[in-house]
Design a protein around this ligand. Structure first.
Ligand code: NAP
Length: 282
């Protein structure tokens, strides 16, 4: 079965819109900071702010020039940190090379860190505390699994990739003693041996490597579940980390690229912004 991430994300966004519509007075607000002229980032930010608008969440974008210094960026973050009307702050990555991305991300007030990249929120995730923010892509993957009624308890999950953005947080979510967790998780990376064997042994594979069509038909057992996070450009086509056409019949569930995990990332940004709003007003 093909998991329709677009439809699931649309349903979540509809639910968020209904919740926002019930809010009287000040609406939730997301402040986005976009530094420089990175074309894909401009497209991503556009999608995010449009999705906010559609859900009734207020949003605005601070456009800063390519030549922005780290101090200038930090000054902008500080203004948003102390603005009571702003619930979420999203610093679009990548940043120009003169700026230390970690320093900038760590300047964002943890209670407004709706992208979940501040070490404080990483710590909360590791400790299983639910009031922190989890990065949107891993959160979206867990939601896809839950809403597709895919049981993770006791299943063998292989996470391919160990980035702070995807691999590490999804591994933590899946091992958590919580709904959508309780799995037996293995994490592999570019130095791992016998990836084929690891794939073959897994019930669920989360592919987040950025390696086009890396997972082929012969690597996966029949009835496996594959969540493909990869976004790779080959010419004018976008493909995932999985050979989707060769595997779609063999898997019990599989996500397409595009239309799988991607739309969920935006839905989870809205969800985190709404969560921040309710936590901040309570
Ligand atoms: P990343 O920071 O480049 O990390 C890639 C990870 O994959 C690293 O841990 C790397 O291992 C591992 N890896 C690379 N080649 C491998 C191989 N041949 N075998 C095993 N592991 C390998 O990338 P990312 O930010 O996590 O993103 C991963 C992919 O997801 C990218 O294609 C990205 O575009 C996509 N993505 C999609 C969304 C979405 O919304 N759909 C969101 C974020 C990212 P090492 O640590 O050893 O280098």
């Amino acid at each position: 079965m093909i998991i329709d991430g677009k439809a699931i994300a649309a349903q979540i966004e509809k639910e968020i819109k209904e919740k926002v519509a019930k809010i009287h007075g000040r609406k939730p607000c997301l402040g986005v900071i976009l530094v420089g002229n990175h074309a894909p980032s401009q497209i991503y930010v556009n999608r995010k702010t449009k999705a906010c608008e559609a859900a009734g969440i207020r949003s605005f974008t601070k456009n800063l020039s390519e030549a922005t210094t780290e101090q200038e960026l930090i000054n902008v973050i500080d203004v948003l940190n102390s603005d009571d009307a702003v619930d979420g702050i999203l610093l679009q990555l990548p940043l120009p090379k003169q700026i230390n991305a970690n320093a900038a991300l760590q300047r964002i007030a943890p209670e407004k860190d709706v992208d979940g990249l501040h070490p404080y929120n990483f710590g909360k995730l590791l400790m299983g505390e639910k009031d922190g923010f989890v990065p949107c892509t891993p959160l979206g993957i867990r939601e896809l699994l839950i809403r597709s009624n895919i049981e993770t308890t006791g299943r063998k999950v292989l996470v391919l990739g160990r980035s702070n953005l995807v691999g590490k947080p999804i591994a933590v979510l899946l091992m958590q003693n919580a709904i959508g967790g309780n799995a037996t998780v293995t994490v592999a990376h570019s130095k791992s041996q016998n990836i084929k064997e690891l794939c073959f042994n897994a019930d669920i594979i989360i592919a987040a490597m950025g390696q086009p069509k890396f997972i082929t038909q012969d690597m996966v057992k029949k009835g496996s579940i594959i969540i493909d996070v990869g976004i790779n450009k080959i010419g004018n086509t976008i493909v995932g980390d999985v050979d989707f056409d060769a595997l779609k019949e063999k898997c019990a569930f599989i996500t397409p690229v595009p239309g799988g995990v991607g739309p969920m990332t935006i839905a989870m940004l809205l969800s985190n912004t709404l969560k921040s709003y309710f936590q901040r007003i309570s």
